[in-house]
Design a protein around this ligand. Structure first.
Ligand SMILES: Cc1ncc(COP(=O)(O)O)c(C=O)c1O
Length: 453
């Protein structure tokens, strides 16, 4: 393991030096806490198709794609052209452009439960407005989210994302643990934590809190929590419980819109009241969006001007907006991307993902190492645990040191995934990239698990 890190440090020498420089002016040397991995992160110069390059001039096959946001590969000509064309007409305005309704129409057409859409600057904002809207709509104070669920960095969702297992409590009543410093001490009282894929326990918790819950917020596939697919009937059960108790069901499809034109809701046939969107719908540019039924989304629609937000009016409506919401560059990149992502493109990409996971699974069995792979479609996660990984707590049994060594080892071999093992494919990939991945993983496993280095 130490040798893998030493080799990594040697081949990323320039990035290491840049890290020292950046740390003098930026906490941890990077504007994204994720990129604070030891011994140093890499710094990227550019990307093209399935590849990115770092400061040391090394090329990586990019199986991370800005944490799934880039689906067409880097600098896709159609996206570059769409953004260039808009750029020449001005970067952003105080008013909407036609692009806003164009992208909204496309999303409404494709995503079964979505009848109205509002655009935001990020997935974080979309999750934040979803919860605020749910509280306003139901006039209830609390929300429920799942253990291991990630929905960005708004206070209410920064609870039990990667909780320490010795503090996480029993599976029937998972603790609501703050994920970051700076949260209000009493926040946890209004955030109920549900155990993903544990149907009976989830049902009991929702029943116990039904009168206080405004929303149940869930990623249909647990993303950051380990790319774990929902158990049979889990999402449908959530739908039934929410309908029965007047709770809004909110799907966070920020990642899962990669699975089908209509997202995971199309794939699993379960319709939420609200859908949180982001990542690929901005074609690699900053974006977030909230979609939902007309009845719920109408609460973002003041009919009497700004006065409806006056507390004296009862505060029934939700104010939403921002300087860069619906900015034309993100919308243009998103439209160019989604127009290429027709059903055939999704099917091809999903097939490639299925092939990759099957090959990795076979390799892990052949080499008899305590590792497993999860995922669906173009999404996957390598776990340094023998598995099977069906729940968040299964994923947390991974050996942290080996997980990190696999990540650094793959970087040494020119293959980029997330430090926690997550990865995804992009449209320009073919068997060539799959072969690179398989060979790199085989070499790394020999190093990390059999001490071959
Ligand atoms: C499922 C999910 N929801 C929300 C977010 C937050 O989106 P953003 O980073 O655009 O704020 C992310 C980001 O990784 C995500 O994976």
């Amino acid at each position: 393991v130490t040798d893998v890190a030493k080799r990594y440090r040697a081949v990323t020498e320039r990035s290491g030096r840049h890290h020292e420089r950046a740390r003098r002016v930026i906490p941890a040397g990077a504007t994204r806490s994720l990129n604070d991995w030891p011994p140093n992160p890499i710094y990227v110069t550019h990307g093209s198709g399935s590849a990115i390059w770092d400061l040391d001039g090394r090329e990586y096959v990019d199986f991370l794609n800005n944490y799934t946001a880039v689906v067409l590969g880097h600098a896709h000509p159609a996206v570059v052209e769409a953004v260039r064309e808009r750029l020449e007409k001005g970067t952003s305005f105080s008013f909407s452009t036609e692009l806003e309704a164009e992208l909204a129409e496309l999303l409404v057409e494709r995503i079964p439960s979505v009848e109205r859409v509002r655009f935001m600057g990020s997935g974080t904002e979309a999750a934040m407005f979803a919860l605020r809207l749910a509280r306003s709509f139901t006039n209830r104070p609390a929300i429920a989210k799942v253990e291991g669920g990630f929905h960005g960095t708004y206070d209410d969702v920064q609870v039990s994302v990667r909780p320490a297992m010795d503090r996480a409590g029993p599976i029937a009543t998972p603790a609501s643990l703050p994920e970051t410093g700076g949260l209000r001490a009493r926040l946890a009282e209004d955030v109920l934590v549900l155990p993903f894929n544990h149907i009976a326990e989830t049902e009991a918790l929702i029943e116990a809190h039904r009168d206080r819950l405004a929303a149940v917020l869930v990623e249909p596939i647990l993303g950051v929590g380990g790319m774990i697919t929902p158990a049979d009937g889990y999402l449908a059960r959530l739908r039934e419980l929410c309908t029965r108790h007047g709770i809004l069901l909110v799907f966070d499809e920020v990642i899962t819109l990669r699975l089908a034109p209509g997202g995971a809701q199309e794939l699993f046939g379960v319709m939420p009241d609200l859908t949180v969107m982001g990542k690929i719908i901005g074609g690699g540019m900053p974006i977030g969006a909230l979609g939902g039924t007309s009845a719920v989304m109408a609460h973002l629609e003041p009919s009497g001007g700004y006065d409806v937000y006056d507390p004296r009016s009862g505060g029934a409506r939700v104010y939403q907006g921002g300087t860069f919401t619906g900015n034309p560059l993100s919308l243009a990149a998103g439209l160019a991307t989604l127009r290429i992502m027709d059903r055939a493109a999704y099917e091809r990409l999903n097939g490639l993902g299925d092939a990759l996971r099957a090959r990795v699974d076979r390799l892990l069995r052949e080499l008899e190492v305590p590792m497993s792979v999860t995922g669906l479609g173009s999404l996957f996660n390598l776990h340094a645990t023998p598995g099977p990984v069906h729940t968040f707590r299964d994923a947390r049994t991974a050996d942290a040191e080996r997980q990190q060594a696999v990540f650094l080892g793959l970087l040494n071999e020119g293959v980029m995934i997330a430090p926690r093992g997550m990865g995804c494919l992009s449209v320009p990939m073919t068997d060539v990239e799959l072969n690179r991945f398989e060979m790199a993983l085989a070499a790394v496993i020999r190093d990390v698990f059999t001490g071959g280095c």
